[in-house]
Write a protein of this length. Structure first.
Length: 267
């Protein structure tokens, strides 16, 4: 099923008009496709009784899933297992397919993961989005969904992710970095604010994120950079928004973490 949300601030408003409830599947899966309009769309925290695959064809989607912050670029998909609380932010003009998969389907990840989706799986999802539901009523579409599930059980994972700690002080730090990325607050300053030693705070960050403070902040900033690239911003503006003295500093970090420069990263 395809929905155009160009006149909607939230694509799920249009979806809510559909008689199909993704939490009450009549078969193995259901595909919903949306086209975001000129304004970015935000879907607040929610959860589903079945698994959900968020495939990005165009633009970029950021997802918060429990204790993690993920960036979903084109040709990749966010897998969210059943009953995992999450939120989605789609950039303007994004094209996204949502695949709801019966929670009883085996061999799919038990944790949230970012997946690299090959072209043939994307083509299957695109086709199913335009087919009458339920798919089991047609032998061809029934076979297509079986092949789709087998393909998803074998795809590779990607690592465009930054952990969001559960500890209140670290949550405050994360929100500050995401909302005011141009500020470069030192770890020692954070320690003073929280009335603890710098060493103690560093140890908490390492325990909750698996990263040093510097590496954790870099990962959050790169995810913000990717999101802004998806929204069409120039690298020079992104570097300024994120507090870098020059675009070259951001480009160097971007290549170190993502593997390519912002210009080479095709959104």
């Amino acid at each position: 099923m395809t929905i155009n949300s160009s006149n909607q601030t939230n694509p799920w408003h249009a979806y809510g008009m559909s008689p199909i409830n993704p939490d009450q599947l009549t078969g193995a899966l259901f595909v919903l496709q949306t086209q975001i309009g000129k304004t970015a769309a935000e879907l607040p925290l929610h959860q589903h009784q079945n698994g959900q695959l968020i495939l990005v064809h165009q633009g970029v989607v950021t997802c918060k899933v429990e204790n993690g912050y993920w960036l979903v670029p084109p040709n990749s998909a966010m897998w969210i297992p059943a009953e995992h609380i999450h939120s989605n932010h789609s950039s303007a003009n994004a094209k996204v397919s949502y695949v709801f998969i019966d929670r009883c389907i085996g061999q799919l990840p038990a944790t949230a993961q970012l997946l690299a989706i090959p072209a043939w799986i994307q083509a299957l999802i695109q086709q199913l989005a335009h087919e009458p539901y339920p798919y089991e009523n047609n032998a061809l579409t029934c076979a297509m969904q079986e092949v789709l599930i087998m393909g998803l059980q074998q795809v590779k994972t990607l690592d465009l992710y930054a952990p969001l700690p559960t500890e209140p002080r670290l949550q405050q730090m994360a929100q500050s970095i995401l909302q005011h990325p141009q500020q470069r607050i030192r770890l020692s300053t954070w320690a003073q604010r929280f009335a603890c030693s710098e060493r103690t705070l560093a140890r908490h960050i390492q325990k909750q994120t698996g990263m040093s403070f510097r590496r954790w902040r870099q990962q959050l900033l790169i995810l913000l950079a990717l999101q802004k690239l998806g929204e069409g911003h120039a690298v020079k503006r992104i570097a300024s928004d994120l507090g870098y003295e020059s675009p070259s500093a951001l480009i160097a970090l971007f290549k170190q973490i993502v593997g390519v420069t912002p210009g080479q990263f095709q959104l």
